[in-house]
Design a protein around this ligand. Sequence first.
Ligand SMILES: Nc1nc2c(ncn2[C@@H]2O[C@H](COP(=O)(O)OP(=O)(O)OP(=O)(O)O)[C@@H](O)[C@H]2O)c(=O)[nH]1
Ligand SMILES: [Zn+2]
Length: 365
Amino acid sequence: MNPLQAIGWRWTPPTLDPAWAALMAAHPDARPARITEQHRSGYAVSEAIDVAHRAESLPEWQRAGSYRKGEINPESRPAVGDWVLVEGEAPNALRIVALLPRFSAIKRGAAGEHYKQQVIAANIDTVFVVCGLDADFNPRRIERYLMLVGGSGVQPVIVLTKADKDSADVEAALHELRAFGTPVLALNAKDRDSASALAPWLGEGQSIVLVGSSGAGKSTLTNTLLGSERMKTGAVRESDDRGRHTTTHRALIALPSGTCMIDTPGMRELKPTGEEVVAESFADIEALAAQCKFNDCKHLREPGCAVRAAIESGEVDAQRVANFLKLSGEVAGAANTLAVRLAQKSGPRPQGKPQSRRINNEHDG
Ligand SMILES: Nc1nc2c(ncn2[C@@H]2O[C@H](COP(=O)(O)OP(=O)(O)OP(=O)(O)O)[C@@H](O)[C@H]2O)c(=O)[nH]1
Ligand SMILES: [Zn+2]
């Protein structure tokens, strides 16, 4: 097997994106590799599972000033999961010479003053939104994740863990979540047969990520899919009493099925970029809204509101509608911040504002 296949490469010349083929033709001495880490000063790339090396990147991806001058959008820098072309030999002479265009990208609104958004994981096929059928069960949080990955090009799948627990009301949960229009499964993350329900998304050459709150069962599920105890789970952690963050970090994990799982810390801190289309992950509400009397209906107390009527008749959950309105407000807020930032960037620099201040926070960790 081509060692790249274990880290998600699945293309052959006939299935290769023409843009990729063109870049490869332009760099005949280069070969593909995948980004596993992105740092302030450079990158780590992998050409086979469990091996990653530092690689020198193009100068325009390094200079902080390039962002400020608007020469390079941070989104056009490689991120974890990106395929790049490299030249030279590891460990000391690897150089990235080109970024291959990504087919999907999970982004988040960036904390920095300058850039609008940051790519957290690129070239992912499926994101499993993991939620336990215990006290962790929270449809509103699931809706938030679905909204954040909506429009990324990544297929979301809801995975409800802890279905084996006596207290789990599996049928009620499945019934509620099926209305979301996203595939949903309930399983026991500790059990291999149960976890095999994920097989349709775990084909060879697929790339996946798991998101979900602490304790949802992500490490447990990963271990079960791996078939061995490779990640430390909550249980281990409790006994060593060192709190969180004991999970050994490994960016690309090869599952026996030939799927590449990407584990990147940024996935834990998703927040809106302002470019999300909330309605996309609320298709049921969007369909109702199309029937409201006023086409700018806010679904609050307008007459002829089909959304309110559907709440009354029990067709749609009032909390789901409330969350839709809340998330729409958050995205609108983020979009506003984004617009202000872009305007400041293109307009003249405010008087008396020191240049150096503007460079702060430009980097991700
Ligand atoms: N009975 C049962 N227990 C589960 C299941 N999934 C996870 N658990 C337990 O729930 C606890 C937390 O699971 P983890 O896999 O550590 O959760 P996590 O999502 O990786 O948490 P973080 O690493 O903090 O993000 C552990 O004690 C697991 O054994 C399940 O499907 N059934
Ligand atoms: Zn309405």
